[in-house]
Design a protein around this ligand. Structure first.
Ligand code: CTP
Ligand code: MG
Length: 167
């Protein structure tokens, strides 16, 4: 029973996870150079988001995450609008995580446990509630599964030289 639900959750959340991973996976092919904050600073004198959040990365995440959602929809396992919101929410949450990091004085690329691993998925799920009812268990699965999966996949990206740091 729980495995069925867990499997359904993984399929559901896939556009969100894929969106979050896409900027790293594609950064050798697509140059990610235009910061979303355009280099601007917040009232605390630090960058609003920093150079790690680019327009190209954001767009790649939304497109690749939604693309996976379209494939899953064609296979009868997702809905295009839901996957678009999950992918967009992932990139929005990722940017929110960077905003929080900068406000706390954590420089771009340095780790901030839990914020790095969870803001993207939590924002994606909350945003998703606007159009569909997200089961409470999905939040619980997200909080449990995402941190190890995020750390593991970032480590693989580091081994593949797609990332300079293993987190
Ligand atoms: N990336 C991007 N645009 C985004 C998200 C990610 O270009 N909207 C790319 C950047 O090259 C970034 C890399 O993916 O360095 C890894 O993403 P992440 O770990 O989220 O960014 P950090 O560089 O660690 O920056 P921050 O400290 O702000 O999280
Ligand atoms: Mg990082």
């Amino acid at each position: 029973m729980i495995f069925n639900e867990l499997f359904e959750f993984i399929i559901f959340i896939l556009p969100c996870y894929v969106a979050n991973a896409a900027p790293v996976a594609f950064n050798k092919i697509i140059p990610m150079k235009t910061p979303i904050d355009m280099g601007r600073k917040f009232i605390d004198g630090r960058r609003i988001l920093g150079d790690g959040k680019t327009i190209e990365g954001f767009t790649t995440g939304v497109c690749v995450g939604t693309f996976v959602g379209i494939i899953l929809t064609l296979l009868g396992h997702h809905q295009i609008l839901t996957s678009l919101i999950l992918a967009f929410g992932a990139m929005l949450g990722d940017a929110l995580g960077s905003f929080i990091k900068r406000r706390l004085g954590v420089p771009r690329g340095k780790p901030l446990p839990l914020i790095d691993q969870l803001t993207f998925v939590v924002v994606a799920l909350i945003l998703c509630n606007v159009i569909t009812n997200v089961p409470l268990m999905y939040y619980i699965y997200s909080l449990v599964i995402t941190p190890p999966l995020h750390l593991g996949s970032n480590y693989v990206a580091y081994l593949l030289r797609l990332k300079k740091v293993p987190w």
